[in-house]
Design a protein around this ligand. Structure first.
Ligand SMILES: Nc1ncnc2c1ncn2[C@@H]1O[C@H](COP(=O)(O)OP(=O)(O)OP(=O)(O)O)[C@@H](O)[C@H]1O
Ligand SMILES: [Mg+2]
Length: 260
C-alpha cells in the first residue's frame, strides 16, 4: 500500500532520515521501533506531507505522493494522528469528533443562508456518526465532557475516533501508548485491532512498549540512524543482533520496555 524508496531528509547537518526504504502492506498493522533519535517521527512527518524529503520517493497504492501537502493526503485516506490541539480542549468529545469531516456545508457561509435545511441535515448525519464512533470506542460516559478534562489515554482514544469520522485507509500513529495506563492501553489496542479487522484500516505505528507491539504488530520494522535496520516478527526483530546493538549504543534506558 505504501512504498518508501530511499528517503532522505536533512535538518541542516543532521541526517534525520538517511536512505530509509520500506513497504507497508495493505491490511497490516506495521510496527515501527528504534532508539530515540532514529528518525521514526521524522519519517512519519515526511510520509504525511509535513516535510518535503531532500530526496527519495513515496507511493500510495502505486501513486507517487512525494511532497503532497497533508490535506491532499488526508483526502486520499492517509491520516497521521496528533494529540488534541489546544484549541479543541474547550470543545466536548462529541464536538471534537464533529470537527473532522472536511467540506461540511455549514462551513460555507453562503449555504447557511441559501440552503439551511441541507446544513441541518449534514449536521445531523455528522452528529449521528460521532455517536457511532463514541459507541464503538466505549466512551459514552465522557461524550459531553470537555476534551481538555480527559486523561492522556482518553485523548488518545479520541485521536483514534477522529480517524473514524472520515474514510481512512491508512493511519499513522506516533507513540499512541506513551504515558497511558495499562487498562486504557489495552482498550486502545482493542480499538486498533477492531478498526483493522472490521473496517480494513491499515496501521503503521511507532511504539516503544514491546508488549503492546508484540500483541498488535506484524511485521515490525526497526529503524536506527535514519534507515531501516531489520524487519520481521516482533520476536525476530528484538532478537536481531544489529537491533540489540543499536539500542545498546544509545544506552539501556532507551531499550524497548515491557511496561512503558
Ligand atoms: N525539526 C527538527 N529540526 C532539527 N532536527 C530535528 C528536527 N526534528 C528531528 N530532528 C532530529 O532528527 C533526528 C531524528 O529525530 P526523530 O524525532 O525523527 O526521532 P525518533 O526516532 O522519533 O525518536 P524518539 O523515539 O525519541 O521519538 C534527531 O537527531 C532529532 O534531533
Ligand atoms: Mg519520535
Amino acid at each position: 500500500m505504501i512504498i518508501v524508496d530511499d528517503l532522505h531528509l536533512n535538518f541542516g547537518g543532521i541526517r534525520a532520515v538517511d536512505g530509509a526504504s520500506l513497504t507497508i502492506e495493505q491490511g497490516s498493522i506495521t510496527g515501527l521501533i528504534g532508539p530515540n533519535g532514529a528518525g521514526k517521527t521524522t519519517l512519519f512527518n515526511v510520509i504525511a506531507g509535513h516535510y518535503k524529503p531532500t530526496s527519495g520517493r513515496i507511493k500510495l497504492d502505486g501513486e507517487d505522493i512525494t511532497g503532497l501537502p497533508p490535506h491532499e493526503l488526508f483526502s486520499k485516506g492517509l491520516l497521521r494522528t496528533f494529540q488534541i490541539a489546544h484549541e479543541f480542549s474547550t470543545l466536548t468529545v462529541r464536538e471534537n469528533l464533529m470537527m473532522v469531516p472536511a467540506n461540511q456545508a455549514g462551513e460555507r457561509l453562503i449555504d447557511t443562508w441559501l440552503r439551511p435545511s441541507k446544513v441541518r441535515l449534514e449536521e445531523q448525519e455528522i452528529a449521528q456518526k460521532a455517536d457511532e464512533v463514541i459507541e464503538f470506542l466505549g466512551i459514552s460516559h465522557v461524550a459531553n465532557e470537555l476534551a481538555g478534562n480527559l486523561s492522556g489515554g482518553q485523548k488518545k482514544l479520541i485521536e483514534l475516533g477522529r480517524t473514524m469520522m472520515v474514510d481512512a485507509k491508512i493511519v499513522f500513529l506516533d507513540e499512541v501508548g506513551a504515558g497511558v495506563n495499562r487498562t486504557l492501553l489495552n482498550k486502545i489496542g482493542d480499538a486498533i485491532l477492531r478498526l483493522n479487522e472490521e473496517r480494513g484500516y491499515t496501521f503503521c505505528m511507532i511504539e516503544h512498549d514491546m508488549e503492546f507491539i508484540s500483541r498488535l504488530c506484524n511485521p515490525v520494522i526497526c529503524m536506527a540512524e535514519g534507515r531501516v535496520l531489520a524487519q520481521g516478527t516482533a520476536e525476530e526483530v528484538t532478537s536481531n543482533e544489529q537491533v540489540i546493538e543499536a539500542y545498546l549504543g544509545t544506552g539501556l534506558k532507551n531499550k524497548p520496555t515491557k511496561n512503558a
